[in-house]
Design a protein around this ligand. Structure first.
Ligand SMILES: Cc1cc2nc3c(=O)[nH]c(=O)nc-3n(C[C@H](O)[C@H](O)[C@H](O)COP(=O)(O)O)c2cc1C
Length: 322
């Protein structure tokens, strides 16, 4: 997710679940062909398994970018055919590619020809007011013929005109039954569903119908949910963790990032502000970790402050004298 699932966020999420597949933000082929490749692709070994999501529609540029992705160690290359933003439409990629299944097939083939990791596609169930099932079925069929075995399906249409990207994640209705139908029609493909999934009940229901579930906003806002996933979905009960341990590991990471790359703790901590949601004192903890006045403190000092209960805070010397 753009501006959210950067490498720092993924490092944090990986501490919560060892097995869940993580995705990068969408990286455009333009950024990789003309830009600072290391800035876009650098990630930590601890993040595996992680998929690089690409945005683009030129087979040669996508092949070049996919090759770079594999060289940098990504476990999967995913093509974005679901983003409805105006900027992305101007670049003629994202959700509008659903109108061009043959071009997407060429893109997938170009990428699959040059990498050995899986090339996958994320898409919607339709665009604008096209609600016919045949549209998405033909899209998946054409792209699968080019070598894509895994489809992540955001179970709502993208309305290309008149809605902001945010509205496009909320207003077009969710139709999970379309994704289930895809799985029935293409039993040999791996089909994962996405959109509005917020509880284990919904995950369990969906897993009766499809092969996987992608969770976006809920995982970001309530990351502690992810701490139960290894045991629930990957038969791994080996790691018991507390929120405090996760926070401590993040502080070590922040200090390493500061030392080695000059990264400020502030741009890392922003991703973990939901960690204590639902617990007493969560608000204060969040306020400390997002207080830009503390920017000059080292991360372990910020953690100490965040953990101090309000009644334990010592008044400043100047206040004591009054
Ligand atoms: C801030 C933000 C950025 C997003 N950026 C991307 C992106 O780069 N690529 C993508 O495929 N989807 C992106 N999405 C869409 C999500 O991946 C997901 O499809 C959508 O939010 C619906 O799933 P959810 O209800 O679980 O969040 C983004 C969503 C949000 C909230």
């Amino acid at each position: 997710m753009m501006d959210w699932t950067d490498k720092h966020c993924r490092y944090f999420h990986r501490l919560l679940s060892q097995h869940t597949l993580l995705y990068t933000e969408m990286v455009t082929t333009g950024a990789l062909v003309h830009g600072d490749v290391a800035r876009h692709l650098r990630f930590e070994a601890e993040e595996h398994p992680v998929a690089l999501q690409l945005g683009g529609s030129e087979p040669a540029d996508l092949a070049h970018s996919a090759r770079l992705g594999e060289q940098w160690g990504y476990d999967e290359i995913n093509l974005n055919c679901g983003c409805p933003s105006e900027r992305v439409q101007r670049g003629a990629f994202g959700a509008c590619l659903m109108n061009e299944a043959a071009l997407v097939a060429d893109c997938v083939k170009a990428m699959a020809d040059v990498v050995s990791v899986p090339v996958t596609v994320k898409h919607r169930i339709g665009i604008d007011k096209i609600e016919s099932y045949d549209f998405v079925r033909d899209f998946v069929g054409t792209v699968a013929d080019a070598g894509c075995q895994v489809f992540v399906v955001h179970a709502r249409n993208a309305w290309l005109k008149g809605l902001s990207p945010k509205e496009n994640r909320e207003i077009p209705p969710l139709r999970y039954e379309v994704v289930a139908q895809l799985k029935r029609d293409f039993p040999g493909l791996t089909i994962a569903v996405n959109g509005g999934i917020k509880t284990d009940d919904i995950v369990q229901q969906q897993l009766q119908q499809v092969d996987g579930v992608m969770v976006g906003r809920e995982a970001y806002h309530n990351p502690w949910w992810m701490a139960s996933w290894d045991a629930l979905y990957y038969q791994d009960e080996s790691r018991e963790r507390t929120r405090e341990q996760i926070e401590e590991q993040m502080v070590l990471y922040m200090e390493r990032e500061a030392r080695e790359h000059g990264t400020h703790w502030y741009s890392i901590a922003r991703h973990m502000l939901g960690l204590r949601n639902g617990l007493a004192g969560a608000r204060r903890w969040r306020q400390v970790w997002s207080d830009h006045r503390l920017k000059t403190l080292p991360a372990h000092e910020v953690m100490k402050l965040a953990r101090t209960k309000p009644n334990e805070i010592q008044p400043e010397p100047a206040e004591q004298m009054l």
